[in-house]
Ligand binder design. Structure first.
Ligand SMILES: O=P(O)(O)OC[C@H]1O[C@H](OP(=O)(O)OP(=O)(O)O)[C@H](O)[C@@H]1O
Ligand SMILES: O=c1cc[nH]c(=O)[nH]1
Ligand SMILES: [Mg+2]
Length: 205
């Protein structure tokens, strides 16, 4: 499945401020909300709609409404910073949680929590701001597939080429929506130029 990279001047603006190391957690949270809102629109462009008969104040008509509820699955903890815009603008959203944490030396993600609503028949949007090695995203998508998800989309803010390659190989049918595609990983598997540790910056840790 193709990688879709956000192409919007507001997205570029927000990303630059997110990357800036002088940006403090309060502004960082606002910027995360803004970029996740733009990405949420991209990741749902092809959602199914169905007919609905209504009456405007002028006459009856047939409109269209979203056909099925959405499920958002943030990868804890940093993914939580991307959930709010989905809750604010989509009418029928359930939230599931997958807790993963990368080991500081091996960069391999360890699972510590999982709580998912029913996923069958719903679009499942897995969100995590950083797609670095791709290990966390691939593991989270294994988990939602095992729980019954069939229509899955992955959304991140910053992607590394290495993560895109790993995720596309593990789950070739899952579209990836990214705010930006960065250059590479460094020796410690952090994204370059990136924005540092998203979770630490979001939560001031
Ligand atoms: O693509 P990967 O190499 O797996 O790296 C990406 C993961 O690393 C970060 O989480 P981290 O493990 O730091 O946990 P946190 O969200 O609790 O900070 C990030 O939020 C992703 O989940
Ligand atoms: O650059 C990176 C890589 C993984 N996780 C982060 O928060 N940042
Ligand atoms: Mg972290």
């Amino acid at each position: 499945m193709p990688l879709h990279v956000l192409n919007h001047p507001l997205g570029t603006h927000v990303l630059t401020h997110l990357r800036d190391k002088t940006t403090k957690p309060a502004l960082f949270r606002t910027l995360s909300y803004q970029i996740a809102l733009l990405l949420s629109l991209e990741a749902t462009r092809d959602l199914a709609t169905e007919e609905k008969k209504i009456e405007t104040p002028m006459e009856p008509m047939t409109g269209r409404v979203l056909a099925r509820p959405l499920v958002i699955v943030p990868i804890l903890r940093a993914g939580l910073g991307m959930v709010q815009p989905f809750q604010d603008i989509y009418p029928d959203v359930s939230i599931g949680y997958v807790g993963l944490e990368r080991d500081h030396t091996t960069a391999i993600a360890r699972s510590y929590y999982c709580k998912l609503p029913p996923l069958d028949g719903r679009r499942t949007i897995v969100v995590d701001p950083m797609l670095a090695t791709g290990g966390s995203a691939a593991q989270a998508i294994d988990v939602v597939k095992a729980a019954g998800a069939r229509e899955i989309v992955f959304v991140c803010i910053v992607a590394a080429p290495e993560g895109v390659a790993t995720l596309s190989q593990a789950h070739p049918e899952v579209p990836i929506h990214a705010g930006v595609l960065d250059r590479q990983l460094n020796a410690k598997k952090y994204i370059m130029p990136g924005l540092g540790d998203f979770g630490d910056r979001l939560y001031g840790t």
